[in-house]
Design a protein around this ligand. Structure first.
Ligand SMILES: C[S@@+](CC[C@H](N)C(=O)[O-])C[C@H]1O[C@@H](n2cnc3c(N)ncnc32)[C@H](O)[C@@H]1O
Length: 221
């Protein structure tokens, strides 16, 4: 795995159940994006279809639900936390056991997100990017680790199609302001509020249970 110098993420490994380890072994080789850039999206999904990326999908609930609800779209999930990847794969495995047609529209990148977007994803190729509850790094000395900043939003703009969207949410008020400014600076326009599902991820539920407010945004490229 390759990544850039500024650390933007915490844990990379952790506990997994036996079933999750088995799902990793069985499914990951077929779904993992090859180590060498760039990605040819139509070859990767064996079809032409709008492609959406979720960055930092955590345990993958949102990504999985989107892929099930929209078989007509392609989804790439970027995550470096292996137990999170295993949880997503376990969901896909369970789904494939009962659904007449399995889930064929998800691929996984285990890379640092900015590196993956810059090196692997062709310019102006994405219909949408989701970044739900990126690590807020609340301490001032850690702000440089935040994923969303003006250079990152400029990179997103270059990777999105002209009518592409970026959807993000956070429960950290200070980060919400930084996010709004960074997208505006890169030339995005504020769109209509995102669907309620973006506030139903694992981290969203945790934030809501602690009484935090959620700030969610949809930006148009
Ligand atoms: C706070 S969690 C949110 C998970 C999920 N989106 C949710 O809302 O429940 C942030 C996730 O982003 C991942 N992450 C953080 N920085 C990343 C980066 N630079 N590239 C890829 N993944 C990253 C972490 O491993 C973690 O799983």
């Amino acid at each position: 795995m390759l990544h850039r110098k500024v650390k933007t993420f915490g844990r990379k490994s952790g506990r997994m159940s036996g079933a999750e380890k088995a799902a990793l072994e069985e499914l990951l080789p077929g779904l993992l994006i090859p180590e060498l850039p760039p990605v040819n999206l139509s070859a990767l999904f064996e079809r032409e279809a709008p492609t959406f990326i979720e960055i930092g999908f955590g345990s993958g609930d949102f990504l999985f639900d989107q892929a099930v609800q929209h078989p007509e779209f392609n989804y790439i999930g970027i995550e470096i936390y292996l137990p999170g990847i295993a949880k997503l794969l376990r969901k896909i495995q369970r789904y494939n056991e009962t659904a007449p047609i399995g889930l064929h529209n998800i691929r996984i990148a285990r890379h640092e997100a900015a590196f993956f977007l810059r090196e692997f994803v062709p310019p102006h190729s994405l219909s949408g990017v989701y970044i739900l509850f990126p690590d807020p790094w609340p301490k001032k000395r850690h702000h440089k680790r935040r994923l969303i900043n003006p250079s990152f939003t400029r990179l997103l703009k270059e990777r999105l199609l002209e009518d592409g969207i970026a959807v993000t949410a956070t429960d950290h008020e200070g980060y919400a302001e930084v996010i709004r400014d960074a997208f505006q600076e890169a030339g995005f326009r504020a769109g209509s509020p995102p669907a309620k599902e973006v506030s139903e991820t694992k981290y969203a539920r945790k934030a809501l249970s602690q009484g935090s407010d959620i700030y969610s945004f949809l930006f148009e490229a």
